[in-house]
Design a binder for this molecule. Sequence first.
Ligand SMILES: Nc1ncnc2c1ncn2[C@@H]1O[C@H](COP(=O)(O)OP(=O)(O)OP(=O)(O)O)[C@@H](O)[C@H]1O
Length: 281
Amino acid sequence: MTAKISLRGVGKQFVVRPSRDQTHAAVLDALRDIDLDIAAGELLTLLGPSGSGKTTLLDLLGGLSTPSSGQVLLDGSPTTGPGLDRGIVFQQYALFPWRTALANVTFGLEQQNLSRAARDLRAREYLELVGLAGFEDRYPHELSGGMKQRVAIARSLAYEPDVLLMDEPFAALDAQTREQLQDELLRIWRTTGATVVFITHSIEEAVYLGQRVAVLTSRPGRIKEVVDIDLPGREGGTDLRSDPAFVAYRHRLWQLLHEEIARARDAGHRRIQPDGTEGAA
Ligand SMILES: Nc1ncnc2c1ncn2[C@@H]1O[C@H](COP(=O)(O)OP(=O)(O)OP(=O)(O)O)[C@@H](O)[C@H]1O
């Protein structure tokens, strides 16, 4: 496997401000010993309980923060910060309200050495790819939530990144729009050949989209298991979610996730001490 992204023993700690009854700042272990290879052109979904470090991991991949230990490698080289080779799509659309859909998409291209006409052409292409041809001149307030998220995806795709990092991009959408955008994402992924890392809270979404699903443990997040998803009927427009194989994967992931949720609940009586250790409350 050619690894596009490799995580080698990655850990991330945060210094947390002391609360009123504490005298020293505490250290919070968000991620610990993460080893994971993501192949070029793979679509990997990342599932984990709340607070397990999914966003922290995506920030590391995006170069928005640096690991406290270990290394994040992109094409074999350590990442040194954000780059146009990685596009990020967040849950909230993060569009500029004063710019049209087209101008939101061209924004990312303005640092590139492209003429205005070439930028507009590229932006139109990607708006069409996400199904928004004809909406170029609309402002964000004139678009539905699903359409805004499509613009955000088009903006990330427009500078043709090798890697697309998506942090619960469909979580705020209604169920129907969400399913539609899942299919659109699969189509775009096949068209562009990008490597996609997709965070979700939804087991169903993780199975539907992922070629593999990486499950994180509760905090500190580690890789609990990586499940290969082999669903032959994916391309066929069938009701894949009712397929027995799909249901079996969903159940397996439900078990893995619920073990972790129970573990976090059982540890709920513990708290972080000022020296960073965990002890009884
Ligand atoms: N900048 C920060 N400073 C201090 N603690 C942080 C910071 N960012 C994240 N954390 C803590 O790190 C842990 C992991 O957070 P993160 O947001 O990555 O989890 P998550 O799995 O994405 O959660 P959710 O599913 O709820 O979005 C949490 O306990 C969080 O409070």
